[in-house]
Ligand binder design. Structure first.
Ligand code: PMP
Length: 405
């Protein structure tokens, strides 16, 4: 594999920093990835050269910004192989994308007594919006469980589906277990039963080639900030047939066709779901993040990160009393673990003092914590810029911390 890690790292000025006088090791890309210069420069260029509010057609600057903004919609469409650019809606992030569907889809298609299947390994962002919708519509949430190995119990899925089931909500990749879920198999079962599938791709789209047509998902959601892009931007992909039938999520400018006190008509998709001035700067810089991913190549990133995953897993398993949560063979570059008689929070705090950024706590996934009967754990997650040398630094620090504790 032709993977020039030195060049890749050179795009990320933040990695040059020292933390508490130690080289900075960033193992928290699962929470948010660092941004390459290409993204930082895209933001600056917009403000220096062609900023204006979009879709107003008022002047040169507005037209230029609109063109750039809409061009990113095409890039997103290509990235996930959507059929139509109108199926790409810009949101604030995964959380807003899921809330949008949980509100609008359920408003139109879910009625009293209906059921929504939610997997047990979801981030809170893919549980709570469905619970709120269920309260509103007097519907019921049904749990799709996972095994101790961290794999969805796919055999259980047909048993959970009945004629009241409307939707299945599941992560493409679990943010705790790292499991890459069998999305195509899930949609196949869903199709046979006329059930809609929403996939939370927040932990997937920066690691894997996603193809929404091939996997036949109805909705797919993700956040730019986990893809080396800016904060405050995300995507909702939705099949045209659903988006056209769903009512707006928010009202305001842009999402209307005509407004009067007698009644208002709504704009076409995607604009029907993009009320108000969007995050123009971040959407345009998001385009630079997608270019960056394409330039390195997702298959290359996957191979590189896979290597890191296997290296770190093997080494961690040599530490006595260490338990890894999520041991699927189909796994992304996330490792969550605990060490007997050691509090994950103490570990994380001491690692931080050694310049190593990890994540500790419930990882916004209480149902996963409950599955393993734990309060929290420690997670390391890798990005395109991490190295085996960093893993060695981390392991050395971890062993030192364990001696201290
Ligand atoms: N789903 C998963 C699987 C995640 O990992 C995250 C972020 N931790 C989210 C949803 C929420 O993403 P955001 O905060 O960007 O909306």
């Amino acid at each position: 594999m032709n993977y020039d890690i030195h060049k890749i790292r050179s795009y990320f000025p933040i990695l040059e920093n020292k933390v508490y006088d130690k080289p900075f090791v960033y193992f928290d890309s699962g929470a948010s990835a660092q941004k390459p210069v290409q993204v930082l420069e895209a933001e600056e260029e917009l403000h220096n050269k062609y900023y204006g509010n979009i879709h107003r057609g008022a002047h040169f600057m507005a037209d230029k910004a609109t063109e750039q903004f809409e061009n990113v919609r095409n890039k997103v469409k290509d990235l996930i192989n959507a059929k139509n650019r109108e199926e790409i809606i810009f949101t604030k992030g995964t959380t807003e994308s899921i809330n949008l569907v949980a509100f609008s889809f359920c408003e139109q298609f879910v009625k009293e007594g209906d059921e929504i299947i939610v997997s047990e390994m979801e981030h809170h962002a893919n549980i709570v919006p469905w619970q709120l919708a269920a309260i509103r519509k007097k519907a019921r949430i049904v749990k799709l469980p996972f095994s101790d190995k961290g794999e969805i119990l796919l055999d259980k899925l047909p048993e959970l589906i009945n004629n009241k089931t409307k939707l299945i909500a599941i992560a493409h990749v679990s943010n705790v277990l790292g499991t890459i879920n069998p999305i195509s198999e899930i949609t196949k079962i869903a199709r046979q039963n006329n059930v809609v599938v929403l996939v939370d791709g927040a932990q997937a789209v920066q690691h894997l080639n996603v193809d929404v047509q091939e996997t036949d998902v109805d909705f797919y959601t993700f956040s730019a900030h986990k893809m080396y892009g800016p904060n405050g931007v995300g995507v909702l992909y939705g099949k045209r047939k659903w988006l056209e039938q769903m009512p707006p999520y928010q009202g305001g400018g842009e999402m209307i066709s005509e407004v009067s006190f007698e009644g208002t008509t709504f704009n076409e998709i995607p604009y029907k779901f993009e009320a108000g001035t969007p995050n123009i700067t971040s959407v345009i810089a998001f385009g630079a993040a997608i270019d960056f991913l394409n330039k390195i190549g997702l298959p290359n990133i996957k191979e590189w990160e896979n290597d890191l995953l296997h290296y770190a897993t093997k080494k961690l398993k040599e530490i006595p009393g260490l338990k890894i949560y999520g041991e699927s063979n189909s796994k992304s570059s996330v490792i969550s673990f605990n060490i007997e008689n050691v509090h994950a929070y103490d570990l994380g705090m001491l690692l931080d003092k050694m310049g190593i950024a990890v994540r500790t706590g419930h990882l916004c996934a209480d149902t996963v914590m409950q599955h393993y009967n734990m309060q929290g754990c420690l997670r390391i997650s890798f990005g395109a810029y991490n190295t085996k040398e960093e893993i060695d630094i981390f392991l050395k620090a971890l062993k030192k911390v364990l001696l201290m504790l």
